[in-house]
Design a protein around this ligand. Structure first.
Ligand code: Q46
Ligand code: ZN
Ligand code: ZN
Length: 311
């Protein structure tokens, strides 16, 4: 295969685009896709303070790299979840990336700040680890960004993630999550920060190729708690369809954005009030995070120090 742009030997073949690129032109292709997504959904501008949620995996590190390369002085936020060696490797990899580039990294350690790790929380709540973990992430990404004056939180969700989430929402006809699923979610309340997904048109494989060609060292292993997750089943199903019919994933997700989403906008949005304990927006008297925290604190020592900032 030859590069579509320069006819040199191609490094990456993209069947869904019926094209192939050499290494420099592939890196340009990914950067252009991201820039186009940022512009199309008015995600942020040069004056905005962007906080990247960084796990240490390929997508979030590639996103941070792309933003820094594009001239955005983006900071990173890494939550230390306390999931054994996986969390230790994730923190080390994220720190090494930030140090290499002199970028600001905010680290938040769940155990010292809140008094529990994700596995401990799962034991206390008697619920799967991902349920408490997801709640912590949603709350903390927003709260830390808000408290530190960031305008927008960017996450590394790729096309595979978005198509799998869409498949789950459609299979169960979850209309509220469907209405909210978007590459850019505006701050609909003063207590909320805008959330964006600049990589939503790029696949998992395309992001792995970007990291490989860019020499980005990322944590390859999945979180041990991801085994058996529904999202993996949906991704497998979509990959099988994609193998037979390249471009299906993109058509599925883009079709949703173009055709179904506009029809859902008329649906009544839920009314938000302020949590009596933390002031964050919620639908009830107290927010789900504070209720979870109260239950966990009954079983744990009091939380301690503040989050660390590097860079
Ligand atoms: S980190 Fe947390 Fe994920 Fe691990 S415990 Fe589940 S939600 S699988 S993306
Ligand atoms: Zn080329
Ligand atoms: Zn609260």
């Amino acid at each position: 295969m030859r590069c579509l742009k320069c006819r040199q030997k191609a490094a990456v073949e993209l069947r869904r685009h019926n094209s192939a690129f050499c290494s420099p032109h592939y890196l340009d292709f990914v950067a252009t896709q991201m820039a186009r997504n940022v512009k199309r959904h008015r995600m942020f501008g040069p004056q905005d303070r962007v906080l990247v949620a960084v796990s240490g995996g390929k997508d979030s590190l590639a996103l941070w790299d792309l933003l820094l390369e594009a001239g955005y002085p983006a900071s990173g936020l890494h939550l230390r979840l306390g999931i054994g060696d996986y969390s230790l490797r994730s923190a080390q990899t994220t720190r090494a990336f930030a140090d290499d580039r002199g970028a600001q990294l905010i680290e938040f350690d769940l155990e010292s700040e809140m008094g529990f790790t994700v596995p401990k929380l799962s034991n206390i709540l008697k619920r799967p680890p991902c349920s408490g973990c997801g709640l912590n992430k949603r709350y903390l990404f927003n709260k830390i960004a808000l408290d530190r004056g960031f305008d927008v939180v960017a996450t590394g969700h790729n096309l595979d993630d978005e198509a799998a989430t869409l498949m789950g929402n459609v299979l169960h006809w979850q209309t509220d999550p469907l209405r909210r699923q978007s590459p850019a979610l505006a701050a609909s309340h003063p207590g909320l920060v805008k959330k964006v997904k600049p990589l939503y048109t790029l696949t998992e494989r395309e992001m792995a190729s970007y990291c490989l060609l860019k020499g980005i060292d990322y944590v390859m292993e999945e979180c041990p708690n991801a085994t058996g997750a529904r999202s993996i089943l949906y991704k497998d199903a979509l990959n099988r369809i994609e193998a037979q019919s390249p471009g299906s994933k993109q058509q599925f997700f883009q079709g949703f954005l173009d055709r179904l989403k506009p029809l859902l906008q008329g649906e009544a949005a839920v009314e938000l009030r302020e949590c009596a304990l933390c002031g964050q927006p919620t639908t009830g008297e107290t927010c789900a995070f504070c209720r979870m925290r109260e239950r966990a604190e009954k079983h744990s020592p009091k939380p301690g120090t503040t989050s660390k900032v590097r860079g």
